[in-house]
Design a protein. Structure first.
Length: 453
């Protein structure tokens, strides 16, 4: 019996430590367990916006950071699907910063960390009980991954280029910018009106402007007041009623093959309605545990603080970041968005909760228990056979896998004597158990990973 026990224990230890090289390699990469806490800083050379939508009203802040001396004759045109008299505009002296955690990446990282915790803990359980080795492994991996968040800067600026009859519904001058809300009866009228103001507007925008005019859209037009310069990072805020969230893209198509990066941050989880021409060039990420703030080293006007306060009101701390890097000619339509999230995003918080923190120990023990019982039943049925009197031993043998090698060996020897099987049969049984055990554990983790894709 001692000889059998010794061989079984040695085989157990060898099989357990097969997983150590893989675990060690991954732990060495400090970025593997990143929690992906990101800074979304909204002020860059791209077309971008912050969209806050609540109860049928959209507030959209578009940055207008630029080199003043180079753009004193350029106009920005933003078509808006609203009656001009129901719109409000303002010029803000800055854009807030957003912080958050990518919910899908956090769930994937939690799954990876739990899988490596299992590998290290199970390899170590030849000497210590599995729950204890899991606790030690979890603490070690958590310590190893500290400080490995991956900050990123993602930016914001307004989009588009650009009447016989043009109506100016509002006019504002502030911080060196001019903002007007206009409507028109045809696109050529808008072109004539702005060029008459001495502004550089592409004539290629007229067909797109005509399409918007036919839909009875209004237009927010922004340009720099001559001989004025500001050191502020400015933004144009537009508030208007709409049944669905909206961002204008089509006017940018006049730039042909040129790629103008666009970043759209929406203060909730949304599903963008992507058409075929832009879908391959679009990345959509979903964030949780969001925070928004202004740069504490600067002073801001009350209107900017009010924009941030409006976001904070009834905000559930989630947001969506949509990045589009398509050739401009592919922008055949505007972007519409609806509230909601893909199934992988809905599943991510539950997976993060199950596999994150110390609570993951209970999840791992449950996975090990299920995989152990299934493995014993499978291996036992294939090697020894399905008999009523053997099934309780298979179940008990599987449960013992939670405790450690000592009880595993004792029960393995006891199983041979009670079932009257040969050493060779017992060896096959144990070998198949480990094969199926690792296979079942891997399949369970793979199922959770697939839920995030």
């Amino acid at each position: 019996m001692k000889g059998i026990a010794r061989r079984v224990l040695v085989g157990f230890v060898v099989l357990q430590f097969i997983s150590i090289p893989l675990s060690g390699c991954v732990v060495a990469d400090g970025g593997v367990f990143s929690k992906h806490g990101e800074l979304i800083y909204l002020a860059e050379d791209s077309q971008s916006a912050i969209i806050d939508y609540c109860e049928g009203t959209q507030r959209m802040l578009i940055s207008v950071e630029f080199e003043w001396q180079d753009l004193d004759d350029v106009a920005w045109i933003f078509p808006i699907p609203s009656d001009p008299d129901r719109m409000e505009t303002d010029i803000l002296d800055g854009a807030p910063e957003f912080y958050g955690t990518d919910v899908v990446e956090e769930a994937r990282s939690s799954l990876l960390e739990s899988f490596y915790t299992f590998q290290i803990a199970y390899a170590s359980s030849a000497l210590l009980p599995l729950p204890l080795t899991m606790l030690i492994s979890k603490a070690f991996l958590s310590w190893s991954s500290r400080g490995s968040s991956s900050p990123g800067a993602l930016g914001l600026e307004g989009g588009g280029a650009g009447g016989t009859t043009v109506t100016v519904h509002s006019h504002m001058e502030k911080y060196g910018l001019v903002v007007e809300v206009i409507s028109a009866t045809e696109g050529q009228g808008i072109y004539d009106y702005l060029t008459g103001e001495g502004l550089d507007v592409s004539e290629g925008a007229v067909p797109q402007l005509d399409e918007y005019v036919e839909k009875e859209y209004s237009f927010v037009v922004t340009w720099i007041e001559e001989s004025t310069e500001s050191t502020r990072e400015l933004g144009v805020m537009v508030e208007f009623p709409t049944e669905a969230m909206f961002y204008p893209l089509m006017l940018t198509s006049i730039y042909g093959d040129e790629v103008i990066p666009m970043k759209i941050l929406v203060t909730k989880h949304v599903i963008p309605e992507l058409y075929p021409e832009i879908e391959p060039y679009t990345d959509v990420r979903y964030f949780g545990r969001g925070r928004v703030r202004l740069d504490y080293e600067r002073e801001y006007e009350p209107e900017t603080w009010q924009f941030v306060n409006n976001i904070e009101d009834n905000w559930n701390r989630t947001f969506t970041l949509i990045e589009i890097s398509a050739p401009s000619k592919n922008l055949k339509d505007d972007l519409w968005m609806k509230s909601g999230a893909p199934s992988r995003v809905s599943a991510a918080p539950s997976i993060s909760a199950a596999f994150g923190g110390l609570g993951s120990i209970l999840t791992l023990l449950l996975i090990v228990l299920v995989a152990s019982i299934l493995s014993q039943l499978t291996a036992g049925g294939l090697v020894i056979g399905w008999k009523r009197e053997t099934i309780p031993y298979y179940l008990l043998f599987g449960i013992t896998n939670l405790v450690g090698a000592v009880f595993f060996v004792i029960l393995a020897v006891d199983l041979r004597e009670r079932l009257n099987v040969t050493k060779r049969t017992l060896g096959k049984f144990i070998g198949l158990f480990f094969v199926f055990f690792y296979a079942y554990v891997t399949l369970i983790f793979a199922a959770f990973f697939l839920a995030l894709f």
